[in-house]
Design a protein around this ligand. Structure first.
Ligand code: NTF
Length: 847
């Protein structure tokens, strides 16, 4: 095709890049104020200035995005696709400025226009399309893929409402309010009204022949519309894409019903179509089995696969080469329906035979498991799938036995080289039942982890211990059936751009100065931080290091004063636990430890109290709206805070804050301010954890159990620089058995904990009855082993105090910790996926 149309000179002179000197930047911002926003300088507020600045930055991103996508199309490399129901992006403006290397220029330009960059950055609402670690990990991986110049796209849903806003009632209860993040226009997305796919639900599936083919008709059809979010790499022109789908009704509304005076009926179909992407499910580590959630999962995987296939088809290659051009990563089991969906397309639409199709599927997908907690393992009732996705239910049954012969296979059939579980393990019926994709029961349920596992090329966990647990517990039978080499580990990582340079600019600058390296170098090779080690002996450096931590504590105190109106004592150790509220994460252990400390302080003479290390404890985190015990823990924290913060005997020595509405942006203020952070899950329950890495990268020490990535952090920084406590994973099962069959009264087993519980019951923090259900989880059964770990937890807190008293040595520990965090860059993790899983290569994009 001829290019350009029209006058080539006109095109060439118009097609230049954007100037990024301060003068051009102010012009571009003002241009957007005048045109895109249709506003005037005299009535421009901070929000307007933010929007104009964002639109101006966006222009730069769009040009890089265009160039990157053109290169990808021209070079036609193998691409990776990251399917995640959650992307917890946080704010974009600051990150975009830093990745583009334009922060200083914009700061100046904005200042010239009479605004401060700090103030306008605060105007942006978080994009909070995720619950916690799983969604934030996806966001870090997008940043790293672009920074490492890897051709990767994310696919997710454009929820109208992200994770709920958390409010705390006067009684201390969590209340939920909607998160209207799209209320003002979102400058970071590009609607692609021309990228549209039909997605079907319900209807009938009729088998056509003996080869597994079928026809799926009827039911409801909805439209999936693409919205693209630009993902800029750090110090590179590469700008990847996050494509989010929005659901819309296929037929606006039914004009006939409208004319017949049935207005509600007329909009009904449009309402039910739009409902699909209306809200993020706020559950973390639990499944609800709701039809709308299943529709979300199918809607998103069907649209994403159609889009990926369309891109592949533009290459004009035989369909059998699909796995050479596309690797699809399943972020947990949420997108597992992509496996039967690709089978459906290949068989029913592309008319491939079953074996060829199954070969393509099992070379395309990769599955990451993010939890071994039983309540988080997805299962869908067979009748529900049959109703919503009748064709997919047929395919799942065909995979089990009729065609993929995963489980069973008749002796007469020798057409496939694959063996079945039955052939490999003859006469082992229990094994067949354990491994089936269908769990027997009322109703029968589809086990999504099993489907994800057998439908994928490789499977991985997210930290060494977790990957071992996956191999030896939930997927043990599959390791025995398919061989260990399919089951790997990729330890999680975090992006040092957001989680050091952006959230802790002073520390970032000190590191660059000390290493005598431009930050663009060490932020992309984080192992360079090791160069800080010799400086533990440099007094001036240590002093500067400590001063920055102190200023970050003051910044947090300032934030608490602005938002809650409370004054925080910054001359105390800052102790932080921020994460989703969950019994396995044991915020309850922490708050009971705080109460223990309070009671101990109360019993001391004022003179003795003065010798204790002063401590300020911060909690933040949301509880799933239906998670009663987690909500009760919040209530207890809030009410303990109310009492002890007002106690004149102790308040100089111990205070406690629950910061409402935890978010990525709040984490960016909390993490750089912490001296110690708590990662205290029952051993074997936290798959990895990623905030542990963020705290350590910012020079905060870690207090934790021997669990998840804590173990690998300790391996890197040395056990003398972390505070470990509690029982180890192999002991957990036995201890639970003891609790059930040989219970020992708590008074006998752990008197200190019994005393704390009794004080809560007795009403020290308000009506004790309110907390009985929470206290009973410890008194009876104690599934998460608080009573087994309490004494060693208290001892570990004591060791933290002792270490903190030696402030010089503490600073050294802090420096050593940061220095050894290189391994935990998400760049390392994404490169492992690229090389050992997806087999994709860098595609440099040059100006
Ligand atoms: C979470 N899993 C794990 O609980 C965390 O330990 C881990 O750091 C993150 O994933 C990221 O890998 C989940 O949220 C889920 F959904 F699997 F339960």
């Amino acid at each position: 095709e001829k290019w350009p149309r029209g006058d080539e000179k006109e095109w060439r002179s118009a097609l230049r890049g954007l100037d990024t000197d301060v003068g051009s930047i102010t012009k571009s911002v003002v241009h957007h104020v005048q045109t895109s926003l249709a506003r005037q300088p005299h009535n421009l507020d901070d929000l307007g200035a933010y929007q104009a600045a964002a639109l101006s930055v966006r222009d730069n991103l769009i040009l890089n995005w265009n160039e990157t996508q053109l290169q990808y199309t021209r070079k036609a490399p193998k691409r990776a696709y990251y399917l995640s129901l959650e992307f917890l992006m946080g704010r974009t403006l600051d990150n975009a400025l830093l990745n583009l290397g334009l922060k200083d220029e914009y700061k100046d330009g904005i200042k010239r226009l009479g605004f401060s960059i700090e103030d306008i950055l605060e105007q942006e609402r978080d994009a909070a399309l995720g619950n916690g670690g799983l969604g934030r990990l996806a966001a870090c991986y997008l940043d790293s893929s672009a920074s490492q110049e890897l051709p990767l796209w994310g696919y997710g849903l454009r929820y109208k409402y992200g994770i709920f806003q958390q409010l705390i009632s006067p009684e201390g209860n969590q209340l939920e309010a909607p998160d209207p993040w799209l209320e003002h226009q979102n400058p970071w997305e590009l609607p692609r009204l021309d990228v549209v796919y039909d997605v079907r639900f319900y209807g009938q599936a009729e088998r056509l022949d003996g080869k597994g083919r079928a026809q799926w008709t009827g039911g409801q059809e909805v439209l999936a519309i693409a919205y693209d979010v630009m993902i800029p790499g750090y110090g590179t022109q590469t700008t990847n894409n996050l494509r989010l789908w929005e659901s819309r009704p296929k037929r606006g509304f039914d004009l006939n019903s409208f004319n017949a005076g049935n207005y509600e009926g007329a909009v009904e179909s449009s309402n039910s179509a739009e409902a699909i992407t209306s809200v993020l499910y706020p559950n973390d580590h639990t499944t609800f089995g709701k039809e709308l959630r299943l529709k979300q999962q199918y809607f998103w995987t069907a649209a994403s696969l159609a889009d990926i296939l369309r891109r592949f088809k533009n290459l004009d290659k035989p369909i059998t080469e699909f796995p050479e051009y596309a690797a699809i990563q399943l972020n947990d089991t949420h997108p597992t329906l992509a496996i039967p969906e690709l089978m459906r397309v290949l068989i029913d639409e592309e008319e491939l035979d079953w074996n060829t199709a199954w070969g393509i599927v099992t070379n395309t997908f990769f599955y990451t498991n993010h939890t071994v907690l039983p309540e988080a393992l997805e299962k869908w009732p067979v009748p529900l799938i049959e109703h919503v996705l009748p064709r997919h239910m047929q395919i799942i049954y065909d995979i089990v036995s009729l065609r993929s012969f995963f489980l069973t296979r008749t002796l007469s059939d020798a057409s496939s080289s694959r063996t079945s579980v039955e052939r490999k393990f003859p006469h082992d019926r229990e094994r067949l039942a354990r491994m089936s994709l269908i769990e027997e029961g009322q109703p029968k349920q589809v086990r999504m982890a099993h489907l994800a596992c057998i439908g994928s090329r490789k499977v991985n966990g997210v930290a060494e211990l977790h990957s071992d647990l996956v191999r030896t517990t939930i997927l043990k039978d599959f390791v025995e059936f398919e061989g260990i080499s399919k089951f790997g580990n990729v330890t999680n990582g975090i992006t040092p751009r957001r989680w050091l340079d952006q959230c802790n600019p002073e520390l970032s600058a000190l590191i660059s100065k000390t290493l005598k390296l431009d930050k663009t170098v060490w932020l992309k090779d984080l192992t360079k931080l090791e160069g800080l080690l010799p400086f533990t002996e440099d007094k001036a450096f240590c002093k500067e290091w400590a001063a920055i931590k102190q200023r970050n504590k003051e910044r947090l105190a300032h934030h608490v004063e602005l938002t809650l109106g409370l004054k925080v004592n910054t001359n105390a150790l800052f102790d932080v636990q921020i994460k989703r509220l969950h019994e396995y994460k044991r915020q309850t252990l922490n708050i009971l430890g705080v109460i223990h400390r309070y009671l101990t302080l109360k019993n001391m003479t004022p003179a003795k109290r003065k010798k204790v290390v002063n401590r300020v404890v911060f909690f933040a985190g949301k509880a799933a709206p239906a998670y009663y015990i987690a909500k009760l823990t919040i209530r207890l924290i809030v009410n303990v805070a109310r009492i002890i913060n007002a106690d004149p005997d102790t308040k100089d020595h111990l205070t406690l804050y629950f910061l409402p509405d935890y978010s990525v942006s709040l984490a960016e203020v909390l993490i750089p301010a912490s001296n110690i952070s708590q990662h205290i899950s029952t051993a074997g329950t936290e798959a990895s954890g990623t905030s542990n890495m963020k705290f350590c990268l910012n020079g905060g020490l870690l207090l934790g159990t021997v669990d998840g990535a804590n173990i690998e952090i300790a391996e890197e920084v040395g056990e003398s620089n972390v505070f470990f406590f509690g029982h180890l994973t192999p002991a957990v099962e036995d201890l639970r058995f003891q609790h059930l069959y040989h219970p020992v009264p708590l008074e006998q087993k752990c008197p200190a904990l019994a005393h704390v519980l009794n004080q809560v019951s007795a009403g020290l923090f308000g009506d004790g009855h309110v907390y009985e259900p929470l206290l009973n989880t410890v008194r009876q059964g104690d599934y998460y082993l608080l009573s087994d770990d309490f004494d060693s937890y208290i001892a570990a807190l004591g060791m933290v105090d002792e270490a903190y008293s030696d402030s010089e040595e503490w600073v050294k520990k802090s420096i050593r910790t940061t220095a050894k965090m290189g391994k935990f860059s998400s760049d390392r993790a994404i490169n492992e996926y690229a090389e050992s899983y997806w087999n994709i290569e860098k595609v440099p994009v040059t100006k």
